[in-house]
Design a protein around this ligand. Structure first.
Ligand code: ARG
Ligand code: ZN
Length: 846
């Protein structure tokens, strides 16, 4: 039976918790959990407690045993009638759980012999009976007994002896922020003195031997703590901050109060084992989880429909942080690319939902690009509308007013209304309405006056047929025909379906530099000639708009090639300019030289009303890349050499920018020399960025046998590095060979598919190879579906998340659609299919 949860059904919990005390006797197959929860009535109603998969040994109210006949038949809530309860009472329970059997990695589980937890969203109910909802907050005291050498929980340590530790977390928190870790761990440590002079012990805990790989994470933490003080005035609030790396983890990381738990791939890095991208993600996610201490923990969510309240804001904050630590312009362009690739894709398909959904079956299915990344864009728009100073004042008010509370999107909007005096009723649609608005711009030029007429339209999404107009901040500038900026960035506020804006007194007709800084999450349709695009690419003062101009030229060429034309001459000429100028900003040049991917070409064709042909897209993109490489070979080769690493590896913006340009040139040259340069770079590589980049080229060129063996030989013992090996093969193999290759890899004994990283590497790698996954014979769909069916009984969360590979299925031809539907129907028909996967498959098939 599937139950749908509705936002409209939220009711306040009738009790407050003064204190939660937990005692754990850890054992892999039979862990005992004793709880004492001090309740106090604050409203009418029964006591409802959540529990799942618990073996309940005893229950008591004020030490009077309760009849176990009260327990729900199978799962669900334990309800104690109001009539049986005094005003204040202590509920006590003793339960037994089996961490070793917990392959879903939700609640208390074992990862490589280490006990750890993941409680967000609803994992705590797998640990003991509790009001497992984010608006019930309590201080926790936790005693852990175990023979594991290191025993950790939230808050500050109050006692530690052999085999036992006690932790106290004074900050009231919901159960989803609870965490416990017990294992043979080593820390690398530092201290941090906060703005007000409080000294905090910092530890990053890893397996013995991994200490030399944890330094970057620790340094990133220090940078994040300092930045949050400077940018938001937020200080840390406990004596210790612990981070633990675990190998088996469903998502990236988790912000448990004072005890962040991380997927080890977001902690461990050395130049030899991690790429520049890995380093950047580590810094970003360490920041993200740390920033949650205020946006998520001190101020949490009233219910899970408000998830974007903490996630959208915390993503926005981590994006600002990365921008401040590295190149703000490059970071913004990367974020725009990710948003389009993941969120626009979601918004355009059967899984579209607003940043604040109003119903769900399984909340874990809503940790999405829409809730996270679009949620962050919505905050960026608010900031742009009120300005930087007022944004900071508004956040101060938010922290002041709501510290210690469980809040809603309405609370968040209200602080902006109160500081700015604006009415944000219409703006709120960004939170409640799904779909990406399409912004059309028409130009009229006469007598020195440029009139821009904008129209906005949003296609219907599931459950939302009508889309009233939204507030769209349109940042633009004007570039004169000689390349000078004649109007600096100006923000237009569009509120209607159609609206015109006039710019007078212009000497010559300028080119509009539109949607600067990507000021709103919309798609843009405008008439623009290739000469104007080239002018923007050469002269725009806004990096985002400048990159966009080049990107649009590339996309037009690729779309033309997919249609079988010889398009691309203009793009080729534009590339010459990019190459000439490349050394002034290598990272930017690399972004311009990296051709849009096949998925994006398919999206562009679909947006123009065509059915994308994955094979034609692939062939057309290869042909264009070859032509570009042939036309610019000397310049590409010269740059590729000029960008060789001069000194010791540093994963900073400058070093990674040079390496990204080097690899972008290499990827193009690879089409001419069949892997010759890539092979040389692979052998000479002094870091994983180059080694992996070269390996990907070798796989694409079909010249990979020796390199793959060498790589496995070198890194066979390193799980995280071998995940890369499993990922790049299905991802970069020629489409007609990729599925067979993925099948061979899946048959290997070291394809440890119960590990989410390894599963995502291989199955996700194939799903991301556009022409292979969408093979006309359905073999890509079949392969992925087979593995999803295998994983579902073991790990529903990871399975459900990966069904999104199929979300673009409706846009392909009837033959492909039929194969994809058949694959999804086989999943749907599986006996005992999880609620997680059932919800996803049902929505995709609808
Ligand atoms: N709050 C975590 C983060 O974004 C995500 C944890 C979600 N986990 C889950 N199983 N739904 O940092
Ligand atoms: Zn988060």
């Amino acid at each position: 039976m599937t139950v749908t949860q509705y936002l409209a059904d939220w009711r306040p919990y009738p009790f407050r918790i003064a204190r939660t005390r937990l005692e754990f006797d850890l054992a892999p197959r039979a862990t005992r959990v004793r709880s004492r929860i001090e309740f106090q009535r604050i409203g009418p109603g029964d006591l409802a407690l959540d529990g799942a998969g618990l073996k309940t040994l005893s229950l008591a109210i004020d030490d009077q045993p309760l009849d176990l006949g009260l327990l729900p038949a199978e799962g669900g809530q334990l309800v104690i009638p109001a009539a049986d309860l005094p005003e204040r009472f202590t509920f006590a329970a003793e339960v037994e759980i089996d961490p070793e059997a917990n392959t879903a990695l939700e609640g208390l589980y074992l990862s490589g012999g280490m006990f750890c937890t993941q409680c967000e969203a609803e994992g705590f109910r797998h640990i003991t009976w509790y009001p497992d909802r984010p608006d019930v907050m309590a201080p926790f005291e936790v005693a852990i007994r175990s023979d594991q050498p290191v025993l950790l929980s939230n808050g500050n340590p109050v006692a530690a002896g052999p085999g036992e530790a006690v932790w106290h977390d004074p900050w009231p928190k919901p159960a989803y922020l609870f965490a416990l870790v017990a294992g043979d761990l080593r820390a690398i440590s530092d201290r941090f003195t906060t703005l007000s002079g409080r000294s905090v012990a910092l530890n990053v805990w890893v397996r013995p031997g991994d200490e030399p790989r944890a330094g970057y994470a620790l340094e990133s933490l220090v940078r994040a703590m300092r930045w949050d003080e400077q940018a938001y005035g937020r200080e840390y609030d406990l004596d210790v901050f612990n981070i633990v790396a675990v190998d088996d983890f469903n998502m990236g990381a988790m912000e448990n109060k004072g005890l962040n738990i991380f997927n080890s791939k977001l902690v461990l890095a050395t130049a030899e084992t991690a790429t520049d991208g890995d380093y950047e993600r580590i810094e970003g996610v360490i920041g993200h989880e740390y920033f949650h201490n205020w946006t998520g923990n001190r101020i949490t969510c009233r219910d899970w429909f408000q998830l974007s309240l903490k996630e959208g804001l915390t993503v926005f904050r981590d994006q600002q942080f990365t921008g401040a630590m590295r190149s703000a312009a490059v970071k913004r362009i990367q974020d725009v690319q990710t948003l389009r690739a993941r969120q626009f894709r979601e918004d355009a398909g059967p899984l579209a939902h607003p940043p604040r959904p109003d119903s769900y079956q399984e909340i874990n299915n809503f940790y999405t690009a829409t809730v996270y990344e679009k949620g962050a864009e919505v905050i960026g728009m608010l900031k742009r509308l009120v300005g930087d100073d007022l944004y900071r004042k508004t956040l101060d008010l938010y922290f002041d007013r709501h510290d210690g509370q469980a809040c809603t999107i309405e609370d968040w909007i209200k602080v902006f209304e109160d500081t700015s005096g604006r009415d944000l009723t219409q703006f709120k649609r960004w939170y409640t309405d799904a779909g990406t608005p399409r912004l059309t711009m028409a130009e009229d030029w006469r007598d020195g006056t440029l009139t821009l007429t904008f129209r906005q339209e949003t296609a219907p999404t599931p459950g939302q047929p009508e889309k009233p107009p939204r507030v769209i901040p349109i940042a633009l500038g004007l570039i004169g025909p000689n390349g000078d900026e004649v109007l600096p960035t100006t923000v237009l506020e569009m509120t209607e379906a159609e609206q015109s804006f006039r710019f007078q007194g212009l000497g010559a007709r300028p080119v509009v530099s539109l949607l600067r800084g990507f000021s709103a999450p919309v798609t843009v349709a405008r008439e623009i000639g290739v000469d104007q695009q080239a002018l923007l690419l050469a002269h725009d003062t806004d990096a985002c708009a400048r990159w966009q101009a080049g990107h649009d030229l590339a996309l037009d060429a690729l779309v033309g090639r997919a249609r079988g034309t010889e398009a691309g001459a203009e793009f080729g000429r534009a590339i010459a300019g990019v190459l000439d100028d490349a050394e002034t900003d290598p990272a930017f040049a690399a972004l311009c030289l990296s051709l849009p991917g096949e998925e994006e070409i398919a999206t562009t064709l679909a947006a123009q009303g065509e059915i994308p042909d994955p094979d034609a897209i692939h062939a057309g993109r290869e042909a264009l890349a070859r032509d570009i490489a042939a036309a610019h070979e000397p310049a590409l080769a010269r740059l590729c050499d000029a960008m060789a690493d001069p000194g010791p590896y540093r994963p900073d913006a400058e070093g990674s920018g040079r390496r990204s340009l080097r690899l972008a040139c290499l990827a193009l040259l690879n089409r001419l020399d069949a892997g010759a340069r890539a092979e040389a770079l692979f052998d000479a590589a002094g870091n994983m960025t180059e080694r992996q980049g070269a390996l990907e080229c070798l796989i694409a060129a079909g010249r990979d046998t020796r390199a793959l063996a060498d790589f496995a030989q070198r890194f066979g013992e390193n799980r995280l590095v071998m995940d890369k090996w499993f990922m790049v093969q299905p991802l970069r193999a020629a489409p007609d060979r990729a599925v067979a290759r993925a099948r061979d890899l899946a048959a290997r004994p070291d394809f440890d598919w119960k590990n989410p990283n390894r599963f995502r590497a291989l199955i996700g790698g194939l799903a991301a190879n556009h022409a292979a996954f969408h093979a006309a014979d359905g073999s890509g769909y079949d392969f992925v579906a087979e593995w999803l069916m295998r994983l579902d009984p073991v790990n529903p969360q990871t399975t459900a998340r990966m069904t999104t590979a199929f979300e673009t299925m409706p846009r392909y031809d009837a033959g492909r659609r039929a194969h994809a539907r058949a694959a999804l129907q086989r999943i749907a028909a599986l006996q005992g299919l999880s609620r997680n996967t059932r919800e996803m498959v049902t929505r995709i098939l609808a």
